[in-house]
Design a protein around this ligand. Structure first.
Ligand code: XMP
Length: 330
């Protein structure tokens, strides 16, 4: 629509004016906000933007490849992909407390990002190093960090203080926008609907969806189970609304429970891990109801996971609302 395209032109002009001929660095996560910010800034200044995509090994199935395909392949943006999965997994070994896991993941993220920014500066070849750090901060983030909450239930990992540490100026082109507007902007910039309307994914990724200690074996099982759940949610269309159950829910994912239960398969006994499916509906993520997914959908997801993911022999559905439960299990 013309209002949005006006907004795009205006935003592009503002970015060009602010950046001039300097270089910008941006941490790309694959989430909606950083993706839209990257696409917008790339449209404005092209190769003056370098995206750094840190793969912490706790992403969803094929997520890293999809991010690269979109930004490097389709948009032709400069993207540095850092495979830091071994580093993250080694520092997480033996750690099971959720907040401690969040701190480790958030801290390593900053370290890896800083190291990449420093490398760019040394690389030479005409690259004088970035003078701007771009972030996909949106208006609700601005308000949230202003108001102090009395109790921190979960420390949401953000890169607060990073620009100062790096000696960079901030570029936040989405600062005045609400989530819906960010999504519309993403569509106007040509990002695919499925990317722009993706459910939120926490910064620590599967790190907080594997209960207790994070292990590569668990992450690999969880990724495959979760991909099946999401695929079936997208494929299942609700007759009343004509929408998929993916679009009918605000957030849906699979949680890995590191406990074993007994099952039977063919003539044999199995003793394997359990996963929980979680799907919620919410308008603000402060309160949430568990989604009344169709039984036929649950049945299909459960049988596919147990048949296709060797190592998981039991699937449960989480029927807890927030409060008193939270959306994530950690
Ligand atoms: P809870 O579990 O607190 O989740 O009900 C509310 C929303 O916040 C997301 N969440 C996180 N996002 N870093 C993030 O970036 C985190 O550490 C984190 N923990 C929870 C969660 O996915 C949900 O959308």
């Amino acid at each position: 629509d013309w209002v949005m395209s006006d907004h795009v032109e205006e935003a592009i002009a503002r970015i060009r004016e602010q950046v001039g001929d300097e270089e910008v660095i941006l941490g790309l996560s694959g989430g909606v906000d950083s993706s839209v910010a990257a696409a917008l800034i790339h449209r404005a200044i092209g190769d003056q933007l370098t995206c750094v995509f840190v793969d912490h090994g706790l992403l969803r199935l094929h997520e890293g490849d999809m991010v690269m395909e979109m930004f490097e392949g389709k948009l032709h943006a400069k993207v540095i992909r850092v495979d830091a999965s071994e580093l993250f997994l080694s520092k997480l070994a033996g750690v099971s407390e959720p907040e401690q896991k969040r701190k480790i993941i958030g801290g390593l993220f900053v370290d890896v990002f800083k190291a990449e920014a420093a490398k760019l500066k040394q690389a030479g070849g005409g690259h004088k190093g970035a003078s701007f750090l771009a972030q996909g901060t949106i208006y609700p983030d601005v308000i949230e960090s202003g108001g102090k909450k009395a109790v921190t239930i979960k420390s949401h990992h953000n890169v607060g203080g990073l620009p100062e540490q790096l000696g960079l100026k901030l570029l936040e082109p989405l600062r005045d926008l609400f989530k819906d507007e960010v999504r519309e902007l993403g569509v106007a910039l040509g990002l695919p609907h499925a990317m722009v309307y993706r459910h939120p994914f926490p910064g620590p990724g599967l790190g907080v969806r594997i209960l207790g200690e994070v292990k590569k074996e668990y992450a690999d099982l969880l990724r495959r189970a979760d991909a099946i759940f999401i695929e079936e949610l997208r494929a299942c269309i609700d007759e009343k609304t004509g929408k998929s159950w993916y679009d009918m829910t605000s957030q849906a994912f699979t949680v890995f429970l590191p406990v074993k239960s007994v099952g039977v398969m063919g003539d044999g006994r199995t003793y394997d891990y359990v996963v929980a499916l979680r799907a919620v509906q919410t308008s603000d993520f402060m309160t949430a109801d568990w989604a009344e997914l169709p039984y036929t959908l649950l049945k299909k997801v459960s049988s596919r996971i147990i048949n296709e993911v060797r190592g998981i022999n039991r699937v449960t559905y989480d029927v807890s609302s927030k409060p008193p439960a939270t959306i994530e299990w950690e």
